[in-house]
Ligand binder design. Structure first.
Ligand code: GLA
Length: 708
């Protein structure tokens, strides 16, 4: 390491988290600590703190810096990888400047030999979420090929298990976990979108960490293109978590003077298990100026109600039914434009179809608005069907390996527009702008229904540029139409990340409306996203994507914890179903202030046959006790309800909707039928719990707790 200077140790603290940087060498600041708050005056002395040097390693301690460097002996994944024609491949940065305030550090680095500069930015506020971004600059006079620029953070040896998410269409956000042994657990997403299988949040924690216990460290990358996340443990035992964009060969070549930034990495720590992590993430997400502040309106989405069968009469009747149930936003899904009578044609032709809408969308919009609902419209702006007027006019606007090369394999019969071409970008922006200007549309469901494959721009990999272009497109559209809300959909939840959410207001979590599948998907997506950002719809009795049939009670309890909607031809619903739906929607509307602002809690389940989740706020809570499969025990153990105020007494009642419990119980504990429920303290509910009825698989009990 270089000679020490007068530069300081720099300590950021916020939300119970500390980050301690050692900036006393002349090189890249070392991350001495990221995790539990170290308190006032961290009191670390670098010579004492430096790690031991092992036999046969380099003779000086190898720093784990903000940008780990091979040049100093780091043998794990380096923070910056690139070259200039095979040279300048192992930079060694010198610290130029460090500016620190109570919640941010900005570090300037330079390598005068490799002719590179790097800016590292770290922000930590009271939410406990540390945001980190690095920007590399080519200060030379020849191009620099950037292969990787990543955010790396240390985790201690006791963080010996890792958990991340994976999934597929209709089965997003499923956890997988393993021991973190020597080597790297690397996830690489090459879908050109965040991906159904996105790791979403990569967690390292102490052995056996759970929802409510264990020490955990987590990272998320706010990026909607190709990306990589990893957890690594080196031979010296040191662990790291890393996130960065996954760049294709020659995808980013920095011209002299040019720079490239990583997406923001969002890192947090908790000693309260996964609930502690999600509490920090939710706090941060909710603190953003762009976070939706208005009441989340109950939605009806037409997709599973009518699919491509658009008809003014039918949709007007559907709107009537929806409004009578208490729906507040009516979203017309795919099928309203061009030749889009099925998914083989029409994408790209963003003109209202004269065939199905001879008088335009005006009459439906007026009808919907006349019923007191807002009107939303589905679009998929980045895509084109080869069978479309747009493609016939501009086949050159499609992402492909190089101009003139064969098209990439179709997916859902569609290709991806190259929005890095300004003519294509301007055309799509113009069409969307016109739609929003000419019609009273206050909401777009913005879809993206395929992976990007061999997606080249001008003969070079194009996902990086495409991702930035789509962000620009959204930003410009929002600038022109600031009151229009946008939902991020990508064949369900394949574009759910904090990059797209900087410019959208809701995520369509999954195309699967099967309540049983949704229980798992929503639980894990909720690790990052607060409930108000997650679109959750009550579908028809038999789920279209799985063929499972569920009671309305189970479907309703499953959907009402998020941003509630219906996706069902409710014209067909019977009288009893309509009564329940009316009550469920009214219930959600009464309680959405709690549901959309409270703290999500999920006690660790005793076995995998059930789970419990809830939202807790000042003096009030809603919990769902959910039977996923048949229980191994004849009588379920009392359910522990954490997160409440120990010293307050709560009246606990099962919520009844339309005069009947949302679920059918077989043998009920006595409190369930008592008109006033049962009164227990927060401490009792946390420690001894609440006796619950025996539920059949795929039933759920909704509990409402109000403090005295
Ligand atoms: C995707 C979306 C669905 C629906 C269809 C329309 O699959 O995820 O919700 O909008 O497209 O084609």
């Amino acid at each position: 390491m270089s000679e020490p200077t007068e530069r300081p140790l720099v300590h950021l603290r916020g939300g119970g988290v500390s980050v301690l940087l050692d900036a006393r060498s002349t090189g890249v600041p070392v991350v001495l600590h990221w995790g539990e708050d170290l308190g006032d005056g961290a009191g670390f002395d670098a010579p004492v703190w430096a790690p031991a040097v092992s036999n046969n390693a380099v003779d000086v301690p190898v720093p784990l810096s903000l940008l780990p460097e091979e040049a100093l002996g780091w043998s794990g994944r380096a923070g910056l990888v690139g070259h200039r024609g095979g040279h300048d491949w192992s930079p060694s940065f010198l610290l130029q400047d460090l500016q620190a305030t109570s919640d941010q550090i900005v570090v300037e680095l330079a390598d005068p030999v490799a002719r590179l500069g790097v800016t590292c930015e770290l922000y930590l506020d009271g939410t406990g979420v540390l945001r980190v971004r690095h920007t590399v600059r080519n200060t030379g006079d020849e191009p620099y090929v950037l292969d990787r620029l990543a955010v790396t953070l240390p985790v201690p040896g006791r963080a010996s298990e890792v958990l991340d998410l994976t999934g597929r269409w209709c089965r997003e956000a499923h956890p997988q976990r393993r021991d973190l042994q020597q080597g790297a657990w690397v996830r690489e997403s090459r879908h050109g979108r965040t991906g159904h299988d996105a790791s979403l949040v990569l967690v390292a924690g102490t052995p056996g960490f759970g929802w409510r216990h264990g020490e955990v460290w987590a990272v998320h990358l706010g990026w909607s293109g190709n990306h990589t996340t990893w957890a690594e443990r080196g031979p010296d035992g040191r662990g790291t978590l890393g996130v960065g964009e996954l760049l294709g060969p020659g995808e980013v070549i920095l011209a002299p003077g040019q720079e490239c930034a990583t997406p923001w990495a969002y890192a947090t720590w908790s000693d309260q298990g996964l609930d502690g992590l999600s509490a920090s993430y939710h706090r941060w997400v909710r603190s953003r100026p762009s976070h939706p502040r208005t009441t989340r309106p109950v939605v009806l989405n037409t997709w599973e109600a009518v699919y491509f069968q658009h008809d003014l009469g039918v949709l007007s009747e559907l709107a009537d039914s929806a409004a009578a149930l208490g729906v507040e936003r009516f979203v017309l899904d795919d099928g309203w434009f061009g030749q889009r009578r099925n998914d083989h044609a029409g994408l790209g032709d963003w003109e209202v179809s004269g065939e199905v809408w001879p008088q335009g969308l005006g009459p439906l919009i007026e009808h919907v608005r006349g019923l007191g609902m807002a009107f939303g419209l589905w679009v998929e702006p980045e895509m084109v069907n080869p069978d479309s007027d747009l493609y016939r006019a501009h086949p050159e606007w499609v992402l492909r390996e190089r101009p003139g090369s064969p098209l990439p394999p179709p997916s859902r019969h569609q290709q991806v527009l190259d929005l890095g071409q300004s003519a294509a970008f301007d055309h799509i922006l113009g069409r969307l702008d016109a739609l929003l200007t000419e019609n009273a549309i206050s909401y777009l469901k913005w879809d993206h229904n395929r992976d990007l494959v061999a997606a080249g721009h001008d003969g070079r990999p194009g996902v990086h540029g495409q991702t930035l272009a789509i962000y620009r497109l959204l930003d410009e559209l929002r600038r022109r139409h600031p009151d229009v809300e946008i939902e991020s959909c990508s064949s369900g939840g394949a574009r759910a990340d904090l990059g797209i959410l900087e410019r959208t207001d809701r995520v369509w979590v999954s195309d699967c409306n099967d309540a049983l599948e949704r229980q798992t998907i929503q639980r894990w997506m909720g690790l990052l996203l607060p409930p108000e950002l997650m679109g959750e719809h009550i579908g028809p009795p038999t789920a279209h994507t799985t063929g499972r049939t569920h009671s309305l009670g189970f479907r309703a309890v499953t959907a009402l914890f998020g941003h509630l909607g219906l996706e069902w031809d409710v014209r067909q619903a019977g009288e009893a179903e309509r009564r329940v739906l009316t009550d469920v929607i009214a219930f959600h509307r009464r309680h959405r202030d709690l549901l959309h602002a409270g703290t999500t809690v999920r006690p660790d389940p005793i076995d995998t046959s059930h789970h419990v989740h809830g939202v807790v706020d000042d003096g009030e809570a809603l919990f769902a006790y959910v039977q996923l499969a048949s229980s191994p025990a004849e009588v379920p153990a009392p359910v522990l309800l954490p997160g409440l105020d120990d010293d307050r007494t709560y009246r606990v009642r099962a919520e009844h909707v339309a005069g009947a419990p949302l679920t059918v119980q077989r043998v009920a504990p006595p409190w369930l039928d008592a008109p006033d429920g049962v009164r227990l303290t927060g401490r009792q509910l946390r420690i001894t719990g609440l006796p619950v009825p025996v539920l059949a698989p795929e039933q759920a009990l909704l509990l409402h707790l109000v403090a005295d």
